[in-house]
Ligand binder design. Structure first.
Ligand SMILES: N[C@@H](CCC(=O)N[C@@H](CS)C(=O)NCC(=O)O)C(=O)O
Length: 222
């Protein structure tokens, strides 16, 4: 039996969470190596494991992968969640990039001083309502299908659900003007692998708290 993929990252969402979501949705079990100390990080660097001295790092199929987008894209292809042809693939990539932009704003806000943090999170909700969610609502309306691309479950669906849930943590009513996204959320949340990942006790991580921020700052020394 092939070894389980191993994910090297902090005990938090950050840049790794979409990778966890993708693997979980694909029904792939994975292990996690949690970075908690500067020494662990320096050792990984010294061992030459971190290509640019950065995490996320994913060990899979005898390779050590870094760069979040490259990792996500290769996993989406490997697990058949990346469209049936180049036209579908590029649409999936565009949609996934859009949601990643939004989620990175949430991840980075955790490291800002309190007054700026609030402002940044308010901006995320505003951008979700005015820039991102209207696009996805229109896509679903125009093609009338259950999934974003090719009437088939893909990485784009997984990440859109992740983004919706993340923004709902900031504003529970964010979907009030998006009826099709509401239905989409229910539909995708009920896919068995995703349903399982949404249960308490899964490897899904909570929103960043002050302890997480402190550990990341200590390890990366900024
Ligand atoms: N482009 C990279 C950026 C990775 C990145 O900045 N990772 C942070 C942790 S979330 C890191 O390792 N920073 C250390 C550094 O850049 O020296 C990616 O998307 O994976």
């Amino acid at each position: 039996m092939a070894a389980k993929p191993k994910l090297w990252y902090f005990r938090g969402r950050g840049r790794m969470e979409s990778i966890r979501w993708l693997l979980a949705a694909a029904g792939v079990e994975f292990e996690e190596e949690v970075l908690e100390t500067r020494e662990q990080y320096e050792k990984s660097q010294k061992d030459g494991r971190l290509l640019f001295g950065q995490v996320p790092l994913v060990e899979i199929d005898g390779m050590e992968l870094t760069q979040t987008r490259a990792i996500l894209s290769s996993l989406a292809t490997k697990y058949n969640l990346h469209g049936k042809d180049p036209k579908e693939t590029v649409r999936i990539d565009m949609y996934a990039e859009g949601t990643l932009d939004l989620m990175m704003m949430v991840a980075l806000a955790a490291f800002k001083p309190p007054e700026e943090k609030e402002e940044s999170l308010a901006l995320v909700v505003k951008k979700a309502k005015t820039q991102h969610f209207p696009v996805f609502e229109k896509i679903l309306k125009d093609h009338g299908e259950d999934f974003l691309v090719g009437n088939k479950f893909s990485w784009a669906d997984i990440q859109l659900l992740e983004a919706i849930l993340m923004v709902e943590e900031l504003d529970a009513s964010v979907l009030s003007d998006f009826p099709l996204l509401k239905e989409f959320k229910t539909r995708i949340s009920n896919i068995p692998t995703i349903k399982k990942f949404l249960q308490p006790g899964s490897q899904r991580k909570p929103p960043p708290d002050s302890h997480y921020v402190e550990v990341v700052r200590n390890v990366l020394q900024f």
